[in-house]
Design a protein around this ligand. Structure first.
Ligand code: UDP
Length: 308
């Protein structure tokens, strides 16, 4: 297959490029490098089955030749990044999604949208199932990301209904692993960076808000299985083992054998209180569930950050 990956130089996108190439496919990676990084794909640039095109998908562009599948991952994705680039984030999830859906229609390609657990906002039910409509503040600081992804889902399903386009919607929960940016503000890279420098770990609020963290290789396997399935409805992809952020911070300190302590900082506005995926649909339809536990994933990620 020939697969186009938008946002292919990002954290998740670059792992997806690796995965598809390893399986013998051809990959075209589109990225405008706003938050993605060339070093994530540097090892692929000489691969004859890989092509990198520096392209802003919110602008009109054309692509010759066949494409079998489009995976749309292009977007700022960490709260720090999308707060810095709110308009770019809204455009990537609106004009960008529209351009790629049109391309998929012309090429008769399968379209996979990388959506997010943020579509559930600050959820009032937990764990979150795909049939929960969410609790999103549409003018809050996170709205540029949440609403762009909600709009992307609406656009994707409209193309499916109107044009019978083959679509897939992955609702991706917190994911971590090598190639995360140390300065993207997210909890795991921030805590690891602080631990390795023996600096205080910045826990926001009381740290009793929860998240559930999925290791990158598990997520990539889930995306692949979703693409191969025939399921147009959204599917949660994430690790259902939920934990408090303060406990995550302590775990990172212990695993990196750090002398760091915790320091408490104000909780960001609209920071979701709980987040945990119900992955029953993924289990039943894709035969998928995460295999790498948090401790193992953290060890591998700490080792990678140390090696930098
Ligand atoms: N967080 C924290 N300290 C940090 C970075 C994040 O306590 O230095 C918290 C943040 O407030 C949130 C959780 O960790 O409750 C996960 O944040 P992250 O930015 O990784 O992802 P989010 O799930 O908010 O998109």
């Amino acid at each position: 297959m020939k697969i186009l990956i938008s946002g292919g130089a990002g954290f998740i996108g670059s792992h997806l490029c690796d995965y598809f190439l390893k399986k013998g496919n051809k990959v075209i990676c589109l990225d405008n490098l706003l938050t993605g990084r060339k070093e994530n794909i540097a090892h692929l640039l000489k691969n004859k089955n890989f092509k990198f095109i520096k392209q802003d998908i919110t602008e009109k562009f054309s692509l010759s030749g066949k494409v079998d599948a489009i995976c749309h991952l292009a977007s700022a994705a960490s709260p720090k990044d999308y707060l810095k680039f709110p308009l770019e984030t809204l455009k990537a999830g609106s004009a960008g999604t529209l351009n790629l859906l049109e391309l998929a229609r012309k090429k008769r390609a399968i379209f996979l949208l990388a959506s997010t657990s943020e579509v559930y906002g600050d959820p009032k039910v937990s764990p979150q199932r795909e049939n929960y409509w969410g609790n999103v503040n549409c003018i809050g600081p996170r709205s540029c990301y949440d609403e762009a992804k909600r709009f992307s889902e609406a656009l994707t399903i409209a193309y499916h209904r109107k044009y019978s386009l083959e679509v897939r919607i992955a609702r991706i929960f917190n994911t971590f692993g090598p190639r995360m940016k140390g300065n993207d503000g997210r909890a795991i890279p921030t805590f690891i960076g602080q631990s390795l420098k023996n600096e205080d770990l910045t826990v926001f609020g009381k740290g009793d808000q929860t998240r559930s963290f999925c290791y990158i290789s598990d997520l990539i396997e889930g995306i692949y299985r979703l693409l191969k399935s025939k399921e147009p409805r959204p599917i949660n992809l994430g690790n259902p083992s939920e934990m408090k952020i303060v406990d995550l911070a302590k775990k990172v300190i212990a695993l990196s054998k750090s002398k760091s302590s915790l320091v408490y900082k104000p909780l960001p506005v609209d920071d979701p209180k709980r987040r945990c995926p119900d992955i029953k649909r993924a289990k039943e339809l894709l035969g998928w569930q995460p295999k790498v536990n948090l401790e193992e994933g953290l060890k591998r990620t700490i080792a990678w950050f140390r090696s930098l």
